[in-house]
Ligand binder design. Structure first.
Ligand SMILES: *Cc1c(COP(=O)(O)O)cnc(C)c1O
Length: 396
C-alpha cells in the first residue's frame, strides 16, 4: 500500500477466529499464557504477544502501527492524553542538569511542564522565536539535549521551518521533538524534515468527533526503546476502547481534513474581506507572515483560523456571546465548529505582555472549523460580528 488513505484504512491487527471485518476492541487488562515456559519466554522478550495492557494491547498496537505508517515512523506508543504524550516524549530522555530549547509558542500545558515541572528536577530550558531558526544558535549550551517544537502553534499558528530546524538539531546533536497535532500526518510529516520524535494529541483531529482523549508518540526505534521503559513503568497507558475509537476515526481522516481545510480556506478569505476583522491568520492564506513556508511544508492549511476582531478584549467577548450555532468550547478538531477567545479564557492568567509575546492579541479569536455547511458557519459568524459591533458602540 503506497497511499496515505489506504494505509489509514487497511492497517490492522490480525483477525480473530471469527474473521470479523471491522476490528473488535480488546477490553482486557491482561493476557494469558499457555504454560510456565510460555510465560517465561514472554517476560524474557523471547516470544511475541501481549502480557498486560499497561505494556501493550491489540487495540493500541493497531493504532500505533497505523500512525507509524502515516508519519513514516519506525515505532511508537499510545498514551492516555496528548499531554501525557508530550510529557513522556520529553522526560524519557532527560536527566538532572540537562537543558532544552523550546519554541516560545507551545501549547499552554507544555509551557507549564517547561516552566513549573522540569525546573524542580533540575532540567532547564530556553525559549526561542519559532519563526527564526537562525536565532537559536545563541540558545545552545553544552548540556542541551532536545528541541521541543510545535507547528503550526496553538493558537497563534506560528510555523517552524522544519527543514532548517532539522539541520540545526543534527548539527548540535539534539533530539528534534515535534508536536504535529494541528497539522495531522495527512497535511505534514515532520520526520521527512529530520524530526526524531512526533507527538500528537489524538483528542483533536484524529478522533475528530470530540469523544475521547488520547496521545501518540512515534519516531526512531532506538528512541522509542527509552519511551517504552518510561511508559511501562510509569503507566500513562491509553484505554483500548479509546484506541479502537481513534483507529476507526483515522479511516476517515483524509476526507475529513479535506473538508475542514476547504471550509477553513473559505472562511479565511471571508475574514480577510470583513471590515471589522483587523487581521486573519491561516497557514495557506497570503496574509500569514509565513505563507511561503506554510505552502512548502503543509499540503493544505489545516482546520484552524485565527482572526483579530476590531474592539479589543470587550469586543472579543461580545462577539463570542453573539454566536448562535458554533460551540463555545476550549477544544478543537471536531466535526462541530468551535470558537474560543484566548485573552479572556485559556490565556487570561498571562500578562498582556506575555500574551503579546506569543501572538495573542486582545481581540484574537480561534476558530476550529467544523464540517457543518460552510454557509451556515459563515452566516453565524456574520451575524455575531454585526451584533457585537452594535453592542460595543452602545457600551461606548
Ligand atoms: C490539545 C493539545 C495538546 C494536549 O492534548 P490533550 O489530549 O488535551 O492532553 C497538546 N498539544 C497541542 C498542540 C494541543 O492542541
Amino acid at each position: 500500500m503506497k497511499h496515505f488513505e489506504s494505509k489509514a484504512i487497511r492497517t490492522q491487527t490480525e483477525r480473530t477466529q471469527y474473521k470479523e471485518h471491522s476490528t473488535p476492541t480488546f477490553l482486557t487488562s491482561s493476557f494469558t499464557f499457555d504454560n510456565a515456559e510460555h510465560m517465561r519466554a514472554m517476560f524474557a522478550g523471547e516470544a511475541e504477544g501481549n502480557i498486560y495492557s499497561r505494556y501493550s494491547n491489540p487495540s493500541t498496537s493497531e493504532l500505533v502501527e497505523k500512525v507509524c505508517q502515516m508519519e513514516g515512523a519506525e515505532a511508537g506508543f499510545t498514551t492516555a492524553s496528548g499531554m501525557s504524550g508530550v510529557f513522556t516524549s520529553i522526560i524519557s530522555f532527560l536527566k538532572q542538569g540537562d537543558h532544552v530549547i523550546a519554541s516560545r509558542a507551545v501549547f499552554g500545558s507544555t509551557h507549564q511542564i517547561l516552566t513549573n515541572i522540569l525546573p524542580r528536577w533540575g532540567i532547564s530550558f530556553t525559549y526561542v522565536d519559532p519563526t527564526d531558526v537562525a536565532s537559536w544558535e545563541t540558545a545552545v549550551q553544552s548540556n542541551t539535549k532536545m528541541l521541543v517544537m510545535e507547528t503550526p502553534s496553538n493558537p497563534g499558528l506560528a510555523m517552524i521551518d522544519m527543514e532548517q530546524a532539522g539541520k540545526f538539531a543534527k548539527a548540535h546533536n539534539l533530539i528534534f521533538n515535534v508536536d504535529n497535532c494541528f497539522a495531522t500526518p495527512y497535511l505534514q510529516q515532520p520526520i521527512k524534515y529530520g524530526a526524531d520524535i512526533v507527538v500528537h494529541s489524538a483528542t483533536k483531529w484524529m478522533d475528530g468527533q470530540g469523544r475521547v482523549l488520547g496521545g501518540l508518540i512515534v519516531g526512531r526505534a532506538d528512541l522509542m526503546q527509552e519511551v517504552q521503559t518510561f511508559i511501562r513503568h510509569s503507566g500513562p497507558a491509553m484505554s483500548p476502547f479509546n484506541a479502537w475509537i481513534i483507529s476507526k476515526s483515522l479511516e476517515t481522516l483524509a476526507v475529513r481534513m479535506d473538508r475542514h481545510c476547504a471550509n477553513a480556506s473559505q472562511l479565511a478569505q471571508y475574514f480577510d474581506e470583513h471590515s471589522d476583522v483587523l487581521k486573519v491568520l491561516y497557514p495557506h492564506h497570503s496574509s500569514h507572515p509565513q505563507y511561503d513556508l506554510g505552502k512548502k511544508q503543509m499540503s493544505q492549511g489545516g482546520g484552524i483560523v485565527t482572526f483579530e476582531v476590531d474592539g479589543g478584549v470587550a469586543r472579543g467577548s461580545k462577539f463570542i456571546d453573539a454566536i448562535n450555532m458554533i460551540s463555545i468550547s476550549s477544544n478543537l478538531g471536531d466535526a462541530r465548529s468551535i470558537i474560543t477567545h484566548p485573552a479572556s479564557t485559556t490565556h487570561s492568567k498571562l500578562s498582556e505582555a506575555e500574551r503579546l509575546a506569543v501572538g495573542i492579541t486582545p481581540g484574537l479569536v480561534r476558530l476550529s472549523v467544523g464540517l457543518e455547511h460552510v454557509d451556515d458557519i459563515m452566516s453565524d459568524l456574520d451575524q455575531a460580528l454585526a451584533k457585537s459591533s452594535a453592542a460595543v458602540k452602545v457600551a461606548v
